[in-house]
Ligand binder design. Structure first.
Ligand code: UGA
Length: 471
């Protein structure tokens, strides 16, 4: 361990583990701290507890040389110049962010500081958290000139986290002193100068030596707000298009055409305009609620976000009704399900709309046979396998003799099914697609009754299914 900057990352969840791997990848020495001994052992033994492209190979490249996993926060703090806090900030009962882990870690870091450190918030936290951390550290007797608190929010998406980190749209550095800002800029210099992309091993992505990612220097508070506001805005975009989809359904228009037309306006942009079964995951639901609470605390009425949440709940309910409209009743029906994770490309089932919908189907008396390329093991912890719920290893097994096939997330393989095979595998050729993976006309030609989101519902026997409108 000789080159780069010494970094400690506290927390080995999605953000912490990806940051650990990527900081080492760009040339730093990283100690990743976690108090979960079982997880640490997995990581030390070469395991990777999450499904994430490029993560296993990047960790393998640096484990034992420039990455160390430990439970010793004190030693990690003392060895590091910058300590990134990447612990969970779960939703409390009131909807606000529960900052008790951040608080506990800040106190422990404070008790270990003996020379200048920059403490960096990487977790998603409400504005003013940096001031609380500062206060906690001072209360533990650390002189003001021995530390700074900065904010460096992470914008990675699950499934593409490593690429998102190494090829970020922007790197936001929120720092209130020059010293803290300089250290963070130095940490990211291999990316922002473009040198990282010269390496033969560089993870490929949109940035290159000649086109490196920009760094945005802000105040710490602005950086905290940028993170919450970005997630809340993206969630708003999704809820917006979901309502537009409902209008399209009622009007007999196709939301995909509408989204394309909107997205071609460079002020709107085409991304995050995919209508579906509603957003989920460990970030959007929690962060929209937390940001609404932040606003409330500041005396600002952000009723828009309440509406965003309401639309998202309603979207799941509407989709469930759509399945009902195709099946008439649920009791005794055999339903094939594709997708359990909150989106494709991940094994994460937290706040997954797919699981909510499956639970409702089971509740109404259907049997479900489900396939997800990565999330089945995790789903089993929430919905154990049994006579009513089966997990299978391929999409056709999920469709076998089913009264209908329901698509709930957007793994690429769900969009590439052999339609002929699917047709004779299903008991009835009915597909209800919550992610608009297929062209309705092709599905009709292939003999399916096909319902999707925000597009006219069609069957091969009739032009339109009245059931697209809720009873
Ligand atoms: C999200 C943000 O996209 C990241 O920038 C952010 O760093 C992260 O939260 C976080 O705060 O940690 P992630 O939760 O991994 O990332 O997932 P997304 O890809 O953003 O999708 C979120 C949900 O929205 C999924 O359920 C997805 O299916 C849904 N979605 C997304 C749509 O329904 N339509 C879309 O057009 C896009």
């Amino acid at each position: 361990m000789s080159k780069g900057i010494s970094i400690a990352v506290v927390g080995s969840g999605y953000v912490g583990l990806v940051a650990t791997a990527c900081f080492a990848e760009i040339g730093h020495r990283v100690i990743c701290v976690d108090n979960d001994e079982a997880k640490l052992r997995t990581l030390q033994d070469g395991g990777v507890p999450i499904h994430e492209d490029y993560l296993p190979e990047v960790l393998d490249r640096h484990r034992g040389h420039s990455i160390e996993f430990t439970s010793d926060l004190r030693a990690a703090t003392q060895a590091a110049q910058a300590i990134f806090i990447a612990v969970g900030t779960p939703q409390s009962r009131t909807g606000s962010a529960d900052l008790s882990y951040v608080d506990a870690v800040a106190s422990e870091i404070a008790r270990s500081i003996d020379d200048y450190k920059v403490i960096v918030e990487k977790s998603t936290v409400p504005v003013y958290t940096n001031e609380w951390i500062r206060r906690v550290v001072e209360r533990n007797g650390v002189p003001r000139d021995l530390f700074d608190v900065a904010s460096n929010p992470e914008f990675l998406r699950e499934g593409t986290a490593v690429v998102d980190f190494l090829h970020a749209d922007r790197i936001v550095v929120g720092a209130d002193t020059e010293k803290a800002g300089d250290l963070l800029r130095k940490i990211y210099a291999p990316l922002t100068s473009g040198t990282y992309y010269q390496s033969a091993h560089a993870v490929p992505g949109p940035h290159s030596e000649g086109n490196p990612p920009p760094v945005l220097l802000t105040s710490t508070k602005a950086a905290e707000i940028i993170k919450h506001a970005s997630n809340a805005f993206l969630a708003t975009k999704i809820s917006f298009i979901n309502v537009v989809a409902n209008i399209c359904e009622a009007a007999g228009a196709d939301v995909e055409e509408v989204a394309r037309g909107m997205g071609m306006d460079s002020r709107i942009g085409p991304k995050f305009l995919r209508a579906g079964v509603g957003y989920g995951g460990s970030c959007f639901p929690k962060d929209v609620a937390a940001f609404r609470h932040v606003a409330e605390q500041m005396g600002v009425d952000f009723a828009l976000l309440k509406e965003v949440e309401k639309i998202n709940e309603e979207q799941k309910r509407r989709f469930f009704q759509k399945v009902r409209s195709a099946l008439w009743t649920f009791r005794g029906k055999k339903i094939g399900v594709l997708g359990l994770a909150f989106k494709g490309g991940t094994d994460d089932i937290r706040e997954s709309p797919a699981l909510d919908i499956v639970k409702q189907m089971l509740h109404e008396g259907s049997t479900v046979t489900a396939y997800d390329p990565a999330a089945a093991e995790r789903a089993k912890e929430t919905i154990p396998p049994g006579p009513q719920m089966r997990y299978v290893d391929d999409p056709y097994a999920a469709a076998q003799d089913a009264d209908a096939l329901v698509i709930l997330n957007e793994w690429q393989e769900f969009a590439e099914l052999d339609l002929k095979r699917l047709h004779y595998t299903l008991r009835y050729p009915i597909i209800i697609d919550g992610r608009n993976l297929y062209d309705p006309a092709t599905m009709i030609e292939s003999g399916f009754t096909y319902l999707s989101v925000g597009r006219p519902g069609l069957s091969h026997t009739r032009d339109a299914i009245a059931g697209q409108r809720m009873p």
